[in-house]
Write a protein that binds this ligand. Sequence first.
Ligand code: IMP
Length: 187
Amino acid sequence: MHIVAFATGNPRKAEEVRSILRSYDIDVEVVKVRKIEIQDDSIERIAAFSARILARRIGKPLVVEDTGLFIDALKGFPGPYSAYVYRTIGLKGVLKLMEGVEDRHATFVCVVAYCEPGYRPIVFEGRVRGRIADEARGSFGWGYDPIFEPDGYNKTYAEMGVYKNEVSHRAEAFRKFANWYIESKRV
Ligand code: IMP
């Protein structure tokens, strides 16, 4: 089993990442450092910047992840501001913004940034297209899970349970990372 440090304060996220990486024989050691988030329109730059600073601070390689929900009809909002929007107007507020909106397409984007102290971060991206549900559904999820229906399923992430980890934006990004990590002989 290979252990990689993962900076997150979100236990649900850590649980998902563990389940995604299990088949690669990689586990994560959760590092509870305060994520340093620069304000930027690109979640890739946010994750990369944070990974670089934190790797230097803890003195070992680590992984940082940043996620955003980009809604087409809102020109990509909340995107990099997804956490702030969730904390403030919440799911109700987002559904209100989408009231009467026909085009409900959205993309969940996850960026994983891996960094060794003193080196440039390497990033991996996962994207899932889907739509914003008309109302919140499902009780398994967290964050925006109850209002996001990935394309090809008539269920929200929150209705899919652990199956979310087979198809999610996070699964795609972390699988790319895991393949690279193993191939580049960091294990
Ligand atoms: P962060 O990258 O952890 O800062 O996440 C940004 C926002 O998106 C937060 O409000 C999270 O709750 C939400 N979020 C991140 N990942 C997911 C997910 O897989 N499902 C639903 N919401 C998510």
